[in-house]
Design a protein around this ligand. Structure first.
Ligand code: GAL
Length: 970
């Protein structure tokens, strides 16, 4: 026996052999099933041929083998290690050949049939997902082998089963010909990572079936027809339906939409099995150049979801899947693209149940061929077409009965070619009730939607206006951004600007943020590991951490921003301000009226709620708006800056969030803030005569030589000076191919991270202490002339900073403000934007109120540390015994490490608190953008080097207690 004959299938382009034809997936029926999840015996070999296959024989003694948990990836269970690449194949590109070093996991599971396992009928053995290739034996008989990692494969095994001591043997290879088709940007994680189930198949049991449930919005009726391979009856008690399979029936129904996910429970009964059905009536169509569901255009507020768990990788349990769905619903997300493979099938049940539009994407990506100009791309090579068609069929057949799935996607980043066309033709022929998507074909030859990724705002606007040109077919299609707003690290910026475009131009039917969750791997020393942390020779670093959720599923500020930007109700002042006494409410849902929401108002002065009440808002239909009268300003409200805050909350509990969950809010300014005024009545004076070189000015004591403050009201202050540097974000650093947008590199080249501060003069005047400096990097002629002017009224100290650029500044500044150290600070209180971080182009969710947190609580735990945690629009803040008022409002950042430490850190665990709390008070910050893959901040968010002046007023405060983050005004 030569090894080429036993392992040849690994490098065979064919999809496999021995498996049953694909069919609809369902979780439960009255037929028995036996889960084979759990602990399996496991042996890892370095190569595909290293061990013979005698382990598959009955009686084999695997007593000295290790154990792994199925579902799972062996590389996350102590055997070998994960590898992360974005698009590079981590092996030589020589399709369909794979390396000799091909980690191979032999899995063994011995099982008995339950005592009540029926003696009659057959049995199916179903694998829901194995990466990348498996060969299966039961009781010593080979069943076959398959590829297609995230697709189900089922084998007929009834004839081989025995009551006890069944031996199931599975040999899994990390690399196979299939790997060439699975070059998605993610960790390479071999293993049996989805369920393994033995299904009893009684005689005449249900095989494949297709639920056709359409909705006619004109008549308000649904038409149901269940086509079944094995004839039977279909009953839907709530609809009084009892028909034979294949027979259509039309009845009045409530339609299914993502906003109103009405499902009808039914049963498909054949002679041998009863399968529960959850039927959603809806019709998806391309009409008037738009994607319409039930006759109305939809706007996707979507995310790209990879399956991810920081300990279990892509082996997700139901609780995690449900958590994803609940988090999405609570954050106003209404759509998911299952990037870049069909998810665990149970996820789609949840999408049906809770209501999410789904683009179901096939397990196909050949991105690595871009390195060779797409030469030899499998999708344009007929030898591979059967494998591509197999993948398309396994997805469509498995998932076709989900109302949530409205669009099939052929795959991702696979170039173009005949194989893709064949897939599209097959899908269009098999399922006329859905549309077909694929981003990689600019001509849209095979697709029903024009889809792009990371197009910038200007281009999206052109497309919205129909000015984008291109082939005729494409010009007639609706547009979506299947990926945008790259959520890597701090960001994404610019979401609100995209959303405005989507809302204005009908052709723009929304987008899907890239991506849902960071794929960080929980690591004992590093916090969360990313590419390169396992010693991979090729890797793409933390590009794998680009989600709206941190790996532990804590929402990042990006998700909170997205939630606000896509809220389905707009609460606005409509051009005027709250002083006009009305608020405009617009229903942005596509289907639902506002009857599920309750509205409330609160009136806040200086961030403190003075009064609150309910607001009566009509149950506006989708798209409608109304001008709603606000109450009179509460009698006796104190003077000061005032706001109305209006909220739309759930009027009652829903399956995804409790009553009072905030769906949307808006804040309307009523009266402007009074900026702090400090009369310059105090003269700077020499220190207390001890000759140690001090100057006093009101509560401030300064170093006479440098003019820098030493204490303010007795609070020691160190290193106060102009600061323009921030620890570059992933977006600042930009993607490798975005050479002109790599601000981090430009800034470092200029030396903005190592500015020198030259002292030109310390001037003690009549009413001010003035310090003149020039702040500039070594080796460059440009700089910032900077003047610090200190005045005081005796109690308070006012610092006015004036900067003016010298020389030819062609790049924006990272930040502009001051920084200083405080010896001790824990609790932080502020009046301004919160509760979370906000930057110029990520500030939609920042609400003006009084907030309280701690220095530690103000840090945003990006997996790769970077600039974070700024609170925007801060009017005043109190920390470490100081009270700071801004004129104008400022960005506040406080941390237990310096910007330089933050900049140097690669993982969270590199950040070690020091004795000093470093505070940044920024007049301005450069925008965030999303150029870690997408466009840079729009020009209006650039921080240009221009003359600027800003002030802070310092006084002391009694110390505040350390309490967790809360909104003091709510
Ligand atoms: C896209 C790709 C995604 C991901 C993203 C960057 O090109 O489709 O899989 O790689 O870029 O994070």
């Amino acid at each position: 026996m030569s090894f080429r004959t036993t392992t040849a299938y690994v490098e065979d382009v064919s999809p496999g052999s021995g498996a049953l034809p694909p069919r609809a997936w369902y979780a439960s029926s009255d037929a028995k099933s036996l889960s084979l999840n759990g602990s399996w015996r496991f042996r890892l070999s370095a190569t595909a041929d290293a061990e013979d296959d005698s382990f598959a024989a009955e009686g084999y003694d695997a007593g000295d083998w290790a154990e792994v948990t199925v579902p799972g990836h062996w590389v996350l269970q102590g055997h070998g290690s994960p590898v992360y690449t974005n698009h590079l194949y981590p092996f030589p590109v020589d399709p369909p050949r794979v390396p000799t070093e091909n980690p191979t996991g032999d899995h063994l599971r011995v099982f008995d049939l339950p005592a009540d396992w029926p003696a009659d009928g057959g049995a199916g053995l179903r694998f829901d997902g194995v990466e990348s290739c498996a060969r299966i034996w039961l009781n010593g008989t080979e069943l076959g082998e398959f590829k297609g990692s995230r697709l189900p494969h089922e084998f007929a095994v009834g004839h081989l089963l025995k009551p006890a001591g069944n031996v199931l043997a599975v040999r899994v290879h990390q690399w196979s010909a299939g790997s060439y088709l699975e070059d998605q940007d993610q960790w390479w994680l071999p293993g049996i990572f989805r369920d393994v189930t033995l299904l009893h198949r009684p005689a005449d049991s249900v095989r494949d079936f297709f639920v056709h449930a359409s909705y006619d919005h004109v008549s308000g009726t649904g038409t149901l027809r269940v086509d079944s391979e094995v004839p039977g009856r279909v009953t839907v008690p709530d609809l009084g339906v009892d028909v034979a399979t294949g027979e259509p029936v039309t009845v009045p129904v409530e339609p299914w939409t993502a906003e109103t996910p009405r499902l009808y429970d039914g049963v498909l009964a054949t002679g041998g099995e009863r399968v529960p059905l959850r039927i959603g009536f809806r019709t998806v169509a391309l009409s008037d150049g738009l994607i319409k569901v039930n006759g109305r255009p939809v706007l996707f507020r979507g995310v790209n979801r990879h399956e991810w768990h920081p300990e279990r990788g892509r082996a997700l349990d139901l609780a995690t899947m449900r958590e994803d769905v609940l988090l999405m619903k609570r954050h106003n997300i209404n759509a998911v693209r299952t990037s870049h493979y069909p998810p665990h099938p149970a996820f789609l049940d949840l999408c049906d149940e809770y209501g999410l539009w789904v683009i179901d994407e096939c397990d196909l990506e050949t991105h690595g061929f871009t390195e060779q100009g797409w030469r030899d791309n499998p999708v344009d090579d007929d030898r591979w077409t059967p494998a591509l068609l197999d993948r398309a069929a396994r997805m469509v057949e498995r998932d076709k009965n989900h109302p949530s799935v409205v669009i099939w996607s052929l795959g991702n980043e696979a170039g173009t070619g005949r194989g893709l066309t064949a897939m599209a033709e097959w899908i269009h022929g098999r399922d006329t009730s859905r549309l077909v998507h694929y981003e990689g074909d600019a001509g849209c030859r095979d697709t029903d939607v024009y889809s792009r990724m990371y197009a910038d705002h200007a281009e999206v606007e052109r497309i919205g206006r129909g000015l984008d040109g291109g082939p005729r077919r494409r010009r007639e299609l609706p547009f979506i951004l299947c990926e945008y707003a790259h959520a890597m690290g701090n960001g994404p910026g610019g979401l609100a600007d995209y959303q405005r475009l989507f809302e204005v131009h009908d052709r723009l039917q929304g987008g899907f943020v890239w991506e849902w969750i960071d794929h960080g791997i929980a690591h004992p020393e590093l916090g969360f590991a990313y590419g390169g942390d396992f010693g991979e020779e090729l890797h793409d670093g933390n590009f794998v951490c680009d989600g709206l959720l941190f790996p532990d599923r804590q929402p990042s500020p990006g998700l909170v921003e997205y939630q606000k930007v896509i809220e389905p109700v707009a609460i606005t002042a409509d051009g005027t301000d709250g002083a006009a006494g009305t608020v405009r409410i617009t229903n942005g849902y596509d289907f639902a009226d506002l009857s599920a929401l309750a509205f409330s108002w609160s009136y806040e002065v200086e961030g403190e709620t003075v009064d609150r009440g309910t607001l009566s808002v009509p149950a506006l239909a989708p798209g409608e708006s109304a001008e709603v009268k606000l109450p009179a300003v509460p009698a006796g409200a104190p003077a000061g800056e005032a706001h109305w805050t209006v909220r739309a909350v759930l009027a009652s509990d829903t399956p995804w969030a409790p009553k009072d969950h905030v769906v949307a809010w808006g804040q309307l300014p009523v009266s402007a803030r009074r900026v702090p005024y400090v009369a310059a009545t105090t003269r700077p004076a020499p220190g207390d005569g001890d000759g140690d070189g001090e100057i006093t000015l009101g509560p401030g004591v300064f170093d006479a030589r440098t003019g820098a403050p030493r204490t303010i009201g007795g609070v020691p202050v160190t290193g106060l000076r102009l600061d323009v540097w921030r620890a570059t974000t992933d977006n600042d650093d930009g993607a490798a191919w975005q050479s002109d947008l790599r601000y981090g590199l430009l800034w470092r080249t200029l030396g903005l991270h190592r500015m020198r501060h030259r002292l030109d003069a310390v001037e003690v005047g009549e009413d001010a202490l003035t310090v003149r400096t020039r702040v500039a990097p070594a080796a460059r002629e440009l700089g910032l002339s900077t003047v610090y002017r200190w005045t005081s009224d005796g109690d308070r100290l006012r610092l006015t900073v004036s900067t003016a650029p010298d020389g030819d500044w062609t790049v924006p500044l990272p930040r502009l403000g001051i920084r200083f150290g405080l010896a001790a600070a824990d609790a932080v209180r502020w009046y301004g934007g919160g509760p979370g971080e906000a930057y110029p182009d990520t500030r939609s969710a920042s609400r003006i109120a009084r907030w309280q947190s701690t220095v530690d609580g103000m840090q945003t735990p990006y997996v790769r540390p970077q600039e974070n945690g700024a609170r925007a629009d801060v009017r005043w803040a109190e920390l470490g015994g100081l009270r700071i008022e801004g004129d104008p409002a400022f960005f506040l950042t406080a941390r237990r490490w310096t910007t330089e430490h933050l900049d140097a850190a690669a993982h969270r665990t590199d950040l070690v608190p020091g004795d000093t709390v470093w505070v940044n008070l920024d007049h301005a910050q450069h925008g965030i953008g999303s150029q870690s893959c997408g466009p840079a901040p729009l020009p209006r968010y650039h921080l240009r080097a221009e003359p600027a002046e800003f002030s802070f007023v310092f006084s002391t405060t009694k110390s505040v207690s350390s309490t967790p983050l809360q909104n003091l005004s709510s």
